[in-house]
Design a protein around this ligand. Structure first.
Ligand code: PLP
Length: 386
């Protein structure tokens, strides 16, 4: 199954991220092609999933816009050559400095998450003699079938403005001179594989649009439905490219668009998740009384998803000698008991020096790496450069 240049890996210090550029490009092409089957669908890549500058270059070259959640991400998007008119900016706690950066660049839209934020944007936009375009991020009260830490569309989550407070909020901002309300924004969570969750979001959006139209006579030109499409962590080789066709169809079927209404998507994980792997060497095989540990040189600081979300990643021994299997807990060197990549995993027998690939690590992998234990951040290598 492996398509890795394993002979090249032999000379590279581990751990490192390896990106399959061909797969990334194919995935972007597929997403673009499927979106283009529908009128006025726009994809803004969610930069937080992976902000490696080379990854951003490829995404920018494929013509996607950007979804940013910090000033640093707005800057990264601009640096990658993504046009300001394709950039949207969300986040519950945008600071004055971040807002100024985005105002100066004249980005397409601020996805606003509270009234005080709108008031600050209005005040700052006046200084720049601009009218800032805003979309209200609505907390739709729609549950996503995913891990509790990555669901975002419930009243108990900090994100957005509760849909029940929407009319009141619109009333409070209508006299502000330097903001223009151009749309509504939603994002219910991440790693969502049930198309019904997206259909439920559409139902709520339909209700909201109907209410705004009948109560306020308001029809907005943009609906941003956020991201959240999941990937197959269990069978990455079988499903390297997510089902973008079914995803966009779920919206085409269920979302009642007003005439001319533009639909925006903020895909992160589904675009970059499968193209990246974390490559690591086995440092020791250690037998305990009830367990056998494969201690590897990658840690939770390099890929935090298993520790943070109990996330599953396929792990492949790229240098296995035979097919005989054994059972391992695959752990890192960090001084935390949560530094575990897999428990009770059956794999071809491993020995010190074997090279492992931890699959599906292109999203929220390198982007979330940190330097705990004075460890160096992992480097990245690209298939086209090795
Ligand atoms: C994280 C995030 C996304 C992307 O989510 P994915 O699950 O990676 O597609 C989109 N929109 C917003 C506002 C986000 O915070």
């Amino acid at each position: 199954m492996s398509t890795f240049p394993i002979n090249k890996f032999a000379n590279i210090e581990t751990p490192f991220y390896y990106y399959n550029v061909e797969l990334l490009k194919e995935t972007l092409e597929c997403a673009n092609k499927e979106a283009a089957k529908h009128d006025d669908y726009h994809i803004h890549y969610a930069i937080k999933a992976n902000f490696n500058p080379k990854v951003l270059q490829i995404i920018s070259a494929a013509g996607l816009g950007a979804d940013c959640v910090s000033g640093g991400e707005v800057k990264a998007a601009l640096d990658a050559g993504i046009a300001p008119e394709k950039i949207v900016f969300a986040g519950v706690g945008k600071t004055e400095k971040e807002l100024r950066l985005a105002l100066a660049a004249d980005i397409f839209c601020f996805n606003v998450e509270s009234l005080p934020e709108v008031e600050l944007i209005n005040e700052l936009a006046a200084e720049y003699s601009r009218i800032a375009r805003i979309a209200i991020r609505v907390n739709p009260g729609v549950a996503a079938h995913t891990h509790a830490n990555i669901t975002t569309g419930l009243a108990e989550n900090k994100f957005g403005i509760n849909y029940e407070l929407l009319e009141e909020t619109i009333g409070s901002i209508k006299n502000l001179k330097n903001v223009e309300l151009i749309g509504l924004h939603f994002h219910i969570g991440s790693q969502i594989l049930e198309m019904n969750d997206f259909a439920a979001l559409c139902d709520r959006i339909n209700e909201i649009q109907d209410t705004l139209e009948s109560n306020l006579n308001l029809v907005l030109p943009n609906i941003n439905v956020g991201g959240g499409l999941g990937i197959d962590y269990h069978q990455p080789a079988k499903n390297p490219i997510p089902d973008f066709s079914a995803y966009f169809d779920a919206y085409a079927t269920n979302l009642k668009r007003r005439s001319g209404q533009q639909v925006h998507f903020e895909l992160g994980r589904s675009l970059v998740g499968q193209c990246g792997s974390l490559i690591s060497r086995v440092t020791y095989i250690k037998r305990g009384t009830c367990k056998q540990f494969a201690i590897i040189d990658a840690g939770m600081n390099d890929l935090v998803r298993p520790a943070l979300y109990q996330a599953y990643h396929e792990i492949e021994n790229l240098t296995a000698d035979g097919t005989e299997q054994d059972v391992y807990d695959i752990v890192g060197p960090i001084c935390e008991s949560s530094d575990v990549f897999a428990k009770e995993r059956s794999l071809p027998v491993m020995k010190r020096g074997d090279i492992l690939a931890i699959h599906s690590a292109g999203a929220y992998g390198e982007a979330m790496a940190f330097g705990y234990n004075c460890r160096e951040l992992p480097k990245a290598y690209f298939s086209t450069e090795l």
